[in-house]
Design a protein around this ligand. Structure first.
Ligand SMILES: [Zn+2]
Length: 263
C-alpha cells in the first residue's frame, strides 16, 4: 500500500525518516514533496505549506497536491491540521480525529470535475473522512497511550486572518469544535479521487473570545512531544494492513455530457 502524510503547520519534515525530495508535474501545477527511502519507500510526505513553509492557507494549490499523490499511486492519506479550540472539552494540546467539517472557505478551486470533457461530479460527503482509516488511527493512538477525541467538527475558514469572537460564537452554535484554514478543500478533493483520507487535528490555542477577554496565545509547551507522537502514530497507522471496508472508492458520482456535445 502506498501512503502519504500531509503535514500542516509544525510538520515541515518527518524526523527520523529518510526522505529524498521530488518534483511532480500535474495538470494543475508542480508539486514539491518527499519520497521515503529504505524501509519507508512506500511513504510520501507533502508539506502543505511548501518545503520552506511559504504558502499561506488561501494560496495552497490543493488540487495539485492531491492530484500529485494520486498520480504517484498513493491510496491512503493522513493529514495533520493545526487548529484553535472552540469546544470547552478540547483545550489546547488536544488531539481530535475530526469526523465532520463546516466549509467557510471562498474562491478555492474545490473540484477536479468542472464540466466539459471531464464531466462533472457530485461526491458523497455525508461522512467526509475514511471511517476505516480514522478507526485504525484512533485504535493505534489509544494503544500508544494518546488521548484522541474520536469525533469533532472542523470549521474551515478562508484565512489568512484569524476569526472574530462573533464568528467563533457562531461556529460554536453551529456545532463546530475546532477551527483551522486548510482542511477544505483538501479532504473533499481526496474523496473525489477515491483516496482514503483522514485528518488529525491538534489544538495550539483557544479560538477568539473563548477565553473571554484574553488575547490568543499559541501554546509552545508540550508541542514537541505531541508532534513526535503524532508522527509515530501516523507511520504505524500507514504501515498497517488491517483496515475495515469503506465506501471511499465509490463516493464520486460522475456525469458525462451526451455524445453529441462531446464532439
Ligand atoms: Zn476509506
Amino acid at each position: 500500500m502506498r501512503a502519504a502524510i500531509i503535514g500542516g503547520t509544525g510538520f515541515d519534515t518527518l524526523e527520523g525518516v529518510h526522505l529524498r525530495s521530488e518534483l511532480v508535474q500535474t495538470p494543475y501545477g508542480e508539486v514539491s514533496l518527499f519520497r521515503g527511502e529504505k524501509e519507508w519507500e512506500d511513504i510520501f510526505f507533502l508539506p502543505r505549506h511548501g518545503t520552506t513553509h511559504s504558502i499561506p492557507p488561501h494560496r495552497i494549490n490543493y488540487r495539485a497536491n492531491i492530484k500529485a499523490l494520486h498520480q504517484l499511486g498513493v491510496t491512503h492519506v493522513l493529514a495533520t491540521l493545526a487548529v484553535g479550540s472552540i469546544s470547552a472539552h478540547l483545550p489546547p494540546g488536544s488531539l481530535v480525529a475530526v469526523d465532520q467539517f463546516l466549509d467557510f472557505t471562498q474562491n478555492r478551486e474545490n473540484t477536479f470535475f468542472n464540466g466539459g470533457k471531464e464531466g462533472f461530479a457530485h461526491t458523497l460527503m455525508s461522512y467526509p473522512y475514511c471511517p476505516a482509516l480514522r478507526q485504525r488511527l484512533i485504535d493505534l493512538g489509544t494503544a500508544m497511550g494518546l488521548k484522541i477525541s474520536p469525533k469533532g467538527t472542523y470549521v474551515c475558514t478562508n484565512g489568512p486572518r484569524l476569526e472574530t469572537a462573533a464568528e467563533i460564537r457562531m461556529f460554536s452554535i453551529l456545532g463546530g469544535d475546532v477551527v483551522g484554514m486548510t482542511g477544505v478543500p483538501e479532504a473533499p478533493l481526496a474523496r473525489e479521487l477515491g483516496l482514503h483520507y483522514a485528518a488529525l487535528a491538534y489544538s495550539i490555542n483557544w479560538a477568539a473570545g473563548v477565553e473571554s477577554g484574553k488575547e490568543i496565545t499559541f501554546i509552545e509547551e508540550g508541542l514537541g512531544a505531541l508532534k513526535k507522537n503524532i508522527l509515530k502514530l501516523f507511520l504505524q497507522t500507514l504501515q498497517s494492513s488491517e483496515f475495515a471496508t469503506c465506501d471511499c472508492e465509490s463516493a464520486r458520482l460522475t456525469f458525462h455530457p451526451p455524445e453529441e456535445e462531446r464532439a
